[in-house]
Design a protein. Sequence first.
Length: 442
Amino acid sequence: MRSRLRHPLTAVAVTLLLTVPWLWFFVTYGGYGAVHVGENITAGMAVLVAGIAILGAAFLLAWAAETAEKDVPRAFAIAVLAVLAVAPEYAVDALYAWQAGAGSADAANLAIANMTGANRILIGLGWAGIALFSIYRAGSSADAAVEKRDGFLADTVMLDRSIAVEITFLLAATAYAFVVPFGGIGPLDTLFLVGLYVCYLLIIVRGEVEEPEAHVGVPAYFQNYPRLPRIALVLVGFVFSGAIIFTAVHPFAEGLETLGLQYGVPEFFMIQWIAPLASESPELVVVAYLVNKARSTAGFNALISSKLNQWTLLVGTLAVVYSISAGAVGALPFDTKQAVEIWVTAAQSFFAIAILTNFEIDAREAVALLALFSTQVFAEFYVIRTYAEPVATEISITILYAYTAVYLVLGAVLFYLRRDSLQRLLRTTVRDARGAFSSGEN
């Protein structure tokens, strides 16, 4: 009996059971978009049922990605995982971009607010939190990626140098992001950003299929299947978990927003921070799972890949959705506040990439990312709760400019100090790109 409970399929069955309550609501009330908080489900029930389903789907997604490493390049498997895990963020932003194209005056600003909030959460909470969790877990697990060093908060997470391609492309997207606010997000931005991501995919998909790491549990069990059944299981895992995450995250976010509004949290703040936190939760669960298995490198690779696809595909497709809705090619417009939100998001990314140029992130750097992110969010929350419009917006813009300057100065200093590491990063990217295309021709 005990051996049956420890069988990998038992873990899969239990995880699937976590999604059943949400599937019941989904089918009972008519499918996607039909489950509405306050109409056919309470806010608390939405958070509980949808949240548990997202948790189960996140584990299924992680197992599918780990199993896939036996048949496709690890970077490509992680890229697929990253896209599926943040698919809800695409859906939310696409909805606001569509409403903006249909004539909504506020929807475009909401789209930018939601996008910038999600991107800053991914670094400020994701990168920083996972680095600190990896260092904490290293005390009780054999994680080769964590190196103990003398000094205050000096322990370091070492990244795989194969992530050079992702970091370089993210740097290119970040540099371009500084010009995006001039004239709105338009067709040229789409061409550059989506094209950048396509180039990245072409490189990683041509990479070699490495011998997968020694997995345990569910991934190890499925990797022993014959090739065709194994691939089928991976595809089913990706599709099913992606569908659960995509359909459940909106009621989950709506439930959180409703609970927040009941306690006096402003709606715009909820859309920029609480809703993206809900949509990013599957990704953070997956990465925490990988770190818990002493796979910090794979976890960080997933976070960096997520940041890259959000900073390219997500931003680039907003203009496409807006233009289709408007019935003509155009640029998604937004106000000055959202332009500054894009700049501070780009500046945060600039600083974060500067940290990773030497393929390391120590506890001090993680704390710096977390502190800068959290103090900025709390400062803006204080402002919007204390001051009326338009004074609140003016103060918020000033705060955002200040944090943009801090991020840029810190990033510039780090890039200067690590200029040799930056050169090695770029050389590694060029070498990997050439190797990928040369191997694809052979």
